[in-house]
Design a protein. Structure first.
Length: 109
């Protein structure tokens, strides 16, 4: 579990969730943009809940190891959603080469 410290509050969440928040926060800062996101958290009484946080260039977020009662919090959909948003801010061009046509193209020149 990770404890995210943000704006004077501490949010206990899963390792993968915290890592995705940190990646997305960096991508938003690089793009000079901000967005409100919702992540699952463990509340003080041990029950599960959600927290909405604003992340962007001015965000000062720290994630540290945290102890929680119970199993590791996991939410693959939240992680995938944050990672998709991160990819949109840092697009990567991909090419698919057909090995049979690459040689033909090169031999033309």
């Amino acid at each position: 579990m990770k404890r995210i410290m943000y704006a004077g509050s501490e949010l206990l969440t899963g390792d993968a969730i915290a890592a995705a928040v940190m990646r997305y926060s960096k991508a938003l800062a690089d793009a000079d943009a901000a967005e409100t996101i919702e992540i699952p958290v463990v509340k003080a009484d041990g029950s599960r809940g959600a927290a909405t946080i604003l992340v962007g260039p001015a965000s000062q977020i720290v994630a540290v190891d945290g102890e929680g009662s119970g199993d590791e919090m996991e939410d693959p959909e939240v992680v995938a959603g944050l990672d998709e948003k991160t990819r949109r801010l840092h697009p990567v061009a991909r090419t698919e080469e057909d090995p049979d046509t690459v040689d033909d193209w090169i031999s033309e020149y």
